[in-house]
Design a protein around this ligand. Structure first.
Ligand code: KIV
Ligand code: ZN
Length: 519
């Protein structure tokens, strides 16, 4: 059996743009409309033409340029609105006029000030008027979810009889809950005699965070059009998010048995465009399009994911335009994930090297929230540089005191190749100088520091610094490197690295790498 089709009616440019702070100019609206048509949404609601000359022009331009998607213009149940919408849509390949009128008791009494029969009469007249310009007429009884069901059913039967081809049931204030909203659609299917002559649509707001759930409950109950917006932007808490509706139906086709014609691979690009043009940032943990939507950090999740993706991933990130899932390296990551990451970065580590790297990685992960590839590369380099079999000394600890106006002083403890601890205290012109003087004392050398540089190797405030020193001793010049989040400690490591090279060279011949020929 062929799966049913769901019509995706995108209202990013109308309801989405209506939300405070999201206003877009004509050029920006066109850009979004082009992206929506690439996505192959069925209907693009381009604006509310009577609302302003700018709105009129953008609907007109989108109608002229965009092919392949139906273009809708919004209108109140008033002749001047319908005329404006019809005029703006004149050049559309496939136009739709979307007429709305409030039906709930509170709206009837306080907004439109009309009785039930007057509302029905006004809606019917508006539809007949719209039909003069356009065959495709959608009618929305505003605040439908809070309208008395019997009256709603009567109003809907009347507008369908007058020629409405789509009847949209808005949950205007986001008041419904899924079971109830699905029940309302079911009720209308049972109680509106001519309901089969129109497509049932739903339009849910997200005031209780239920817009997508309500829309899907309605689809399950028989709705065949969903009105939604990119990233869920819209009045107040927004509308149902288009990307969530599309991916829920695609991922849970087993449950819904319904397809959309949306080319989901363009979802992320569209989300980014809407976010950058409206200035509405997408939260990191937002479903489908948030930065974390396909990022795994927990060690257990990473372990399962590396064995088989579907252990912790229900969608393929490529299906929505992401390049791939991301293994975020952080304090929750396990040894397996680190191994995978180092392989991906092109390193072949022995099990012992991996063990050492993992220990250092865990220490760093406690200091730094997110570990980037550069951080891991720096740790690996640091390991190579501090290969103990080549070193005369490794760093034990550094204590360094600095106070304005006082002479800086440092105490350094180094560990010799035999495991013995050697400590010395020295003054200096600055804290780093005092550390270096203390190291010289232990090593029994008198070195001259020719150059000292610190570079940020990774990103963020807690980035790792890489310190490079050029050290001269008895006409020999060597380069030393050290890195870490603590740049004072990294400075000590860089100097020890240089000292080791000087000592090794004198005892065991040249040490590979890092040597600068003397003058
Ligand atoms: O939320 C609403 O009721 C609307 C209508 C105009 C469909 O946006
Ligand atoms: Zn709305």
């Amino acid at each position: 059996m062929q799966p049913d089709k769901l019509i995706i009616f995108d209202t990013t440019l109308r309801d989405g743009e209506q939300c405070p702070g999201a206003s877009l100019n004509i050029r920006e609206k066109l850009e979004i409309a082009r992206q929506l048509s690439l996505l192959q949404v069925d209907v693009i609601e381009a604006g509310f033409p009577v609302a302003s000359p700018g709105d009129f022009q953008s609907v007109e331009q989108i109608a002229r340029e965009i092919k392949g998607s139906k273009i809708a213009g919004l209108a109140r149940a008033l002749e001047k609105d319908i005329e404006a919408a019809a005029k703006a849509l004149e050049k559309a390949e496939s136009p739709r006029i979307h007429i709305f009128l409030s039906t709930s008791k509170t709206h009837r009494e306080h907004m439109v000030r009309k009785a039930e029969e007057e509302i029905i009469d006004m809606a019917v007249k508006a539809i007949r008027f719209g039909k003069k310009f356009c065959d495709d007429i959608e009618f929305s009884p505003m605040d439908a979810s809070r309208t008395e069901p019997q009256f709603l059913a009567r109003a809907i039967a009347a507008v369908i009889a007058a020629g409405a081809t789509t009847v949209n049931i808005p949950d205007t204030v986001g008041y419904s809950v899924p079971e109830q909203f699905g029940g309302l659609i079911h009720y209308l299917k049972q109680n509106v005699a001519n309901i089969e002559r129109a497509v049932i649509s739903v339009h849910c707001h997200n005031d209780l965070g239920l817009a997508v759930a309500n829309s899907l409950a309605a689809v399950k109950a028989g709705a065949r059009q969903v009105e939604c917006t990119v990233n869920g932007i819209g009045e107040r808490a927004g509308n149902a998010a288009m990307e969530e509706i599309v991916m829920a139906l695609k991922t849970r086709k087993d449950f819904f048995g319904i397809e959309t014609r949306v080319d989901s691979r363009h979802i992320l690009a569209c989300s980014k465009l809407v976010s950058s043009l409206t200035g509405f940032f997408v939260q990191r943990n937002k479903a489908v399009v948030g930065k974390n939507a396909f990022a795994h950090e927990s060690g257990i999740h990473q372990h399962g994911f590396l064995k088989k993706k579907d252990t912790f991933e229900i969608m393929d990130p490529k299906d929505v335009g992401w390049e791939d899932s991301e293994l975020v390296m952080g304090k929750h990551s396990g040894r397996n994930a680190l191994l995978h990451k180092t392989k991906e970065m092109g390193y072949e580590l022995s099990p012992q090297e991996l063990d050492r790297l993992f220990d250092e990685f865990k220490v760093l992960a406690d200091e730094k929230k997110e570990i980037f590839d550069e951080d891991i590369a720096t740790l690996i380099q640091k390991q190579t540089l501090s290969d103990e079999s080549l070193n005369a000394y490794t760093l034990g600890k550094i204590k360094c005191a600095f106070e304005t106006g006082a002479v800086p002083q440092a105490t350094v403890e180094l560990i010799g190749r035999d495991g013995k601890k050697h400590a010395a205290t020295a003054d200096g012109d600055g804290p780093i100088d005092s550390i270096y003087n203390a190291i010289d004392k232990i090593a029994g050398l008198s070195c001259k520091l020719l150059d000292y540089q610190v570079q940020s190797k990774t990103r963020g405030k807690d980035a790792q610094g890489e310190v490079t020193v050029r050290v001269l001793h008895e006409n020999r010049e060597v380069l030393g490197k050290g890195s870490g989040v603590n740049t004072v400690e990294a400075s000590g490591c860089a100097y020890i690295n240089a000292i080791n090279k000087l000592l090794m060279k004198s005892k065991a011949g040249p040490v590979a790498g890092g040597e600068i020929p003397g003058p």
